[in-house]
Design a protein around this ligand. Structure first.
Ligand SMILES: Nc1ncnc2c1ncn2[C@@H]1O[C@H](COP(=O)(O)OP(=O)(O)OP(=O)(O)O)[C@@H](O)[C@H]1O
Ligand SMILES: [Mg+2]
Length: 359
């Protein structure tokens, strides 16, 4: 690395990691080739929307350096696998699993999952969604996917594609009415099978839309699925917050880091008069976040367009990518991706396997 250039790069900050881009380890190359400065950055988190501004900042700064006439800045995204619970078998081609849970049903977990997944993809990550909500699979509808998935060998399942996301759903495999009478162990077995038999293709993140509740099914899944981190979705309503707390404690118990809380349906603005109301109350999610020392990633409005877009199979991130609501989802997705990047790396493949054999 060219030391004069590096010195200047030291002064450029990465806001997401709150450090200089050099200290944060983003700079992989900085050379001076005749009068051309060549810089290569590798981001370990999804933040493509920030790359242009970063490129501009670096270009402007390096142009001031004596002997530099032109600047070339390449920025890549490379998301690595981070640690999951000890002893849980990892899933091939899936680097990080993100569980989205709510406790209470109907708070907007699926809508949030789909929009976060699309936002992560828009920010440069390879993303999949697993619809694990056995009682009401809704991800395929929200992604505009229909029909049964293909299977080349009769065993594995090809993920379906919707708006650039890979998706698999428990709804592909079972009948809705039949699911109602399934018992806990059947559900967890079916979900584990679906997760492990879907042929995911090179995913940075797999988001799992968990069924509502905090019972046995959740506990088993949180012990058997290699989860990098969890996100809790709640409305500001006391009954939802109570269940969300239960969900949060459950992840704590099984040592899955809770990366944040998302408050959904927080504010409603009347489309006629502009009056703003906290229909489901206010402040509870922030209190919960403070109590558990977990970040509140954001508060989404109760907005008819969010519902309509999801119902139409074109979630807000697709139908209005530059709108305010999409901006909120994107900011939350980026924050999640950054907190995952800060977690410990997965070292399981670096250690020899210890096999105990009975003699
Ligand atoms: N912020 C929002 N504004 C308006 N409508 C919303 C919002 N979030 C979700 N909805 C709507 O609320 C309903 C419930 O949302 P969703 O299906 O995402 O919730 P869920 O928690 O996954 O529910 P379930 O427990 O049934 O799986 C849906 O009709 C959805 O379109
Ligand atoms: Mg749902």
């Amino acid at each position: 690395m060219n030391s004069a250039l590096k010195e200047v790069l030291q002064t450029i900050r990465c806001d997401e990691l709150n450090a200089s881009i050099v200290e944060a380890g983003l700079v992989k190359q900085c050379d001076l080739n005749d009068s051309l400065a060549i810089v290569r950055l590798v981001y370990g988190f999804a933040a493509k929307s920030q790359h242009a501004a970063m490129r501009q900042k670096i270009t402007t700064a390096l142009r001031q350096v004596a002997g530099v006439r032109d600047v070339r800045v390449d920025i890549d995204t490379q998301i690595v696998a981070h640690a999951a619970q000890l002893g849980v078998e990892r899933i091939g081609q899936v680097r990080n699993i993100l569980a989205v849970a709510s406790g209470k049903g109907g708070v907007g977990k699926s809508t949030t999952t789909v929009n976060l997944a699309l936002a992560l993809a828009a920010e440069g990550a390879r993303v999949g969604v697993l619809d694990a909500d056995i009682y009401g699979p809704s991800i395929p509808t929200m992604l505009g996917i229909s029909g049964r998935p293909e299977s080349e060998d009769g065993k594995s399942i090809e993920p379906k594609e919707g708006h650039g996301l890979q998706a698999s759903s428990i709804g592909f495999l079972i009948d809705k009415d039949e699911a109602m009478i399934w018992r806990g162990p059947m559900v967890t077995q079916a979900l584990e099978q679906l997760l492990r038999q879907t042929k995911w293709r090179d995913l940075d993140y797999l988001l799992i839309d968990l069924p509502p509740g905090t019972g046995d099914i959740h506990l088993t899944l949180s012990q058997r699925v290699p989860i990098t981190g969890a996100v809790i979705v709640t409305t500001p309503q006391e009954v939802a917050l109570m269940d969300a707390r239960k969900g949060l404690r459950m992840f704590e118990k099984v040592s899955v880091p809770v990366l944040g809380i998302i408050e959904n349906m927080a504010l409603h603005t009347c489309t006629n008069c502009g009056h703003v109301e906290h229909i489901f109350g206010s402040g509870g999610a922030q209190t919960m976040a403070t109590d558990f020392k977990v970040p509140l990633l954001g508060s989404l409005p109760l907005d008819m367009r969010i519902r309509r877009d999801a119902d139409d199979g074109r979630p807000t991130l697709v139908s209005d990518p530059d709108g305010e609501v999409s901006g909120m989802y994107t900011a939350m997705a980026r924050q999640l991706s950054v907190s995952i990047a800060k977690l410990g790396k997965d070292m399981t493949s670096k250690f020899p396997k210890i096999v105990v054999q009975a003699t």
